[in-house]
Design a protein. Structure first.
Ligand code: B12
Lengths: 460, 144
């Protein structure tokens, strides 16, 4: 036996997953309340005690960690055109596992800069212009930022022809120059910036967040939890040389405050007379719906889907449903106690999944031309995807997982939404995906086989 | 010579793709850095591409007859987006049927287009105009 410990430091919970990499089995999972303010080691010790009560004493050969504690990796991005480099910067940051506090486009104003300083980001991603293209905007923004005291590292990933000048302007700041996120028009190149962001997170930010106290307990790799989740999904989809993956997939992580959606799929048009419009989207794409969540963002679900649909799906009268939702938004730790509350959570979870996946997926529009129909597609076409992975408390702790997950599929009321047409739903019952993303950095075959074993199919 | 950048595409709901490809090759061979948006391009797409790539000129094609409608307001949008004075060219079969070209040209010029080309204009004519307007020379023949 060779036990490996995988740790996920969250803002409220520390989650542990123990695996034996020799027999490729899951030994156990445990979680405990995190106390970042005091000492991260304490929450870890508590969780370890709980884990070892289940598994017996374990002598861990290796320990790896990911973290979303202290707000996760909080980033500000600044680009030029909202739909182009500003969007590319946002996608780069989300894919690197960041929480994007705000996306700025065009030239920053003094007020914007003051806002950025006040929001205390962990990192800023500064982009704009294709290589050889616009340089005014990124230079103006570098200049504006140079006029205030440095607050965090800046990654410069815009027009390469003015990278040096940006660095010079920002000499007081810690700067990291890397390849342009959009070197040519509409050509996304986000991996170099993502790599840089992860590296800075590793070298600098985890210390600033007091996580280094736990570092003597860790043998390697600290990454933001969403980056671990992304890594797991990519591994699961693509497989390794030794073990095949399950193919293109969509994953939904339904949380209390946000809903994250991942897609590992090329998203190319499936119909021949289709023209793709807008920015090319990344093959491994992550979106975060900050207004869609089961407790803190519960009203966001109602705003997006309407109280009538909540009522219709739950069988609860609108007025009563509103009262219950108000209660849940004020008592965020509440778990459903009886049938009525379960029905409400079912409706909310279903609509959260529907909204978040609809926003993640592309859309298609019919264009009438004199010679007949043509289609114009924006974003990714996920209709051919046949696997949907679901995780998050409200989905995995209910019997109606399949029904909830089915709301990620295309439905006749929204024909323009390019969501999967029909798929198998895989449930992360034991909440191990981020841990498998971590494990996969060292033992990809093992992590993949454990995921394939532990993800259980849900039916509608 | 510093390469000049042009943004090109076929405007509106127009799907005539062949001429666009020919022009792209011709412009590239003539020494321009081309951002080709393909067919079914909206005014906003030309403008956004021109901003990011710091383009010197936007070359609009329209083949299906609705060019006049599609091109309306383009100059104003460019001004709004900070692309003051960017060159705007248009060509193809820009109006329905056979209309006297000088009238057509006049209408498009009033809309703010700098150059308007009639049906059947060969790429060479446009390229010559580009050299003139942008003050550049053809690339020197490089040794193979
Ligand atoms: C093939 C074709 C189609 C194909 C297009 C396939 C495709 N995806 O490319 C299909 C069948 C889809 C089609 C559909 C339609 N077509 Co059609 N089509 C043609 C056809 C026969 C050839 C076009 C072509 O490829 N020519 C070869 C290329 C190399 O030439 P080009 O496109 O003209 O481009 C050159 C020049 O115009 C110039 N140029 C182009 N842009 C610019 C810009 C500048 C600035 C400059 C200087 C020069 C320039 O340089 C290019 C290279 O040399 C023409 C007739 C013709 N012989 O031109 C009709 C034609 C263009 N179509 C026409 C019409 C009306 C239509 C339809 C509206 C209806 C119909 N009758 O079918 C639909 C519209 C669909 C849509 N939404 O766009 C008309 C347009 C009439 C008008 N403007 O008044 C034409 C002229 C036929 C006609 N005489 O009626 N069409």
């Amino acid at each position: 036996m060779k036990p490996v410990l995988l740790m996920d430091f969250g803002s409220t919970y520390t989650k542990l997953t123990a695996v034996d990499v020799e027999s490729e089995t899951l030994l156990g999972t445990a979680s405990s309340y995190t106390t970042v303010q005091t000492d991260i080691g304490e929450g870890l010790q508590n969780a370890l005690d709980i884990l070892e009560q289940k598994t017996g004493k374990l002598d861990f050969a290796e320990r790896y960690a990911c973290s979303s504690a202290a707000g996760g990796l909080r980033m500000i991005t600044s680009g030029l055109v909202p739909e182009l480099t500003a969007e590319a910067a946002k996608q780069a940051s989300l894919g690197a596992g960041a929480k994007v506090i705000r996306v700025y486009s065009y030239e920053l104003t003094k007020k914007d800069v003051a806002e950025i300083v006040a929001s205390r980001p962990d990192m800023i991603l500064l982009v704009g212009g294709t290589d050889g293209g616009n340089s005014e905007c990124i230079l103006a923004n570098a200049k504006k930022l140079s006029q205030v005291d440095p607050i965090c590292p800046i990654v410069i990933a815009g027009n390469r022809n003015c990278a040096d000048e940006c660095e010079e302007l920002l000499e007081k700041w810690e700067t990291h120059v890397c390849e342009n996120v959009m070197p040519k028009f509409n050509e996304l190149n986000i991996e170099p910036a993502q790599h840089e962001i992860r590296q800075i997170f590793l070298n600098r930010i985890i210390q600033a967040k007091g996580l280094s106290k736990a570092s003597e307990l860790i043998s390697g790799i600290m990454m933001p939890t969403p980056a671990a989740m992304m890594a797991a999904m990519q591994l699961l989809a693509e497989g390794t040389k030794a073990e095949s993956g399950i193919g293109e997939l969509v994953a939904v992580d339904l949380g209390g405050a946000t809903t994250d959606v991942y897609s590992i799929a090329d998203g190319m048009p499936t119909q021949s007379n289709t023209i793709v419009k807008g920015l090319m989207e990344p093959y491994a794409k992550r979106t975060v719906e900050g207004d869609i969540g089961m407790r803190y963002s519960i009203w966001g679900i109602v705003d997006a889907a309407g109280i009538d649909r909540v009522s219709q799906l739950s069988g609860i009268a609108p007025e009563r449903a509103k009262e219950m939702i108000q209660f849940l938004s004020e008592n965020t730790e509440t778990l459903p106690q009886d049938q009525e509350w379960e029905n409400l959570d079912f409706a909310l979870a279903s609509l959260a999944v529907e909204t978040a996946v609809a926003r993640h997926a592309g859309t298609i529009e019919q264009v009438y031309t004199p010679m007949g129909l043509a289609y114009s597609q924006i974003g990714k076409d996920l209709t051919p995807v046949r696997r949907i992975v679901v995780t998050g408390g409200a989905i995995i702790h209910t019997k109606r997982t399949g029904e909830i997950a089915a709301h990620s599929l295309q439905n006749p009321n929204q024909p323009g939404s390019l969501r999967p047409v029909g798929a198998k739903f895989l449930v992360d019952r034991k909440y191990i995906l981020a841990a498998m993303g971590l494990l996969g950095q060292y033992y990809p075959d093992t992590a993949l086989r454990i995921m394939k074993k532990e993800l259980v199919e849900a039916t509608e | 010579m510093e390469k000049k950048t042009l943004v090109m595409g076929v405007i509106g709901a127009d799907v005539h793709a062949v001429g666009n490809k020919i022009l792209y090759h011709a412009f590239t061979a003539a020494g321009f850095n081309c951002v080709n948006l393909g067919v079914m391009v909206s005014q906003e797409e030309y403008i956004n591409a021109a901003i990011e790539s710091n383009a010197d000129v936007i070359v609009v094609s329209s083949l299906y007859g609705h060019g006049e409608l599609d091109c309306r307001g383009m100059r104003e949008k460019c001004d709004e987006a900070g692309l003051k004075g960017i060159l705007l060219y248009v060509g193809g079969n820009i109006v329905v049927g056979k209309q006297p070209f000088d009238e057509v040209e006049k209408r498009f010029k009033e809309m703010g287009f700098d150059r308007v080309f009639g049906p059947g204009t060969p790429p060479e004519t446009t390229i010559a105009a580009l050299y003139e307007d942008l003050g550049v020379q053809p690339p020197e023949e490089t040794e193979e």
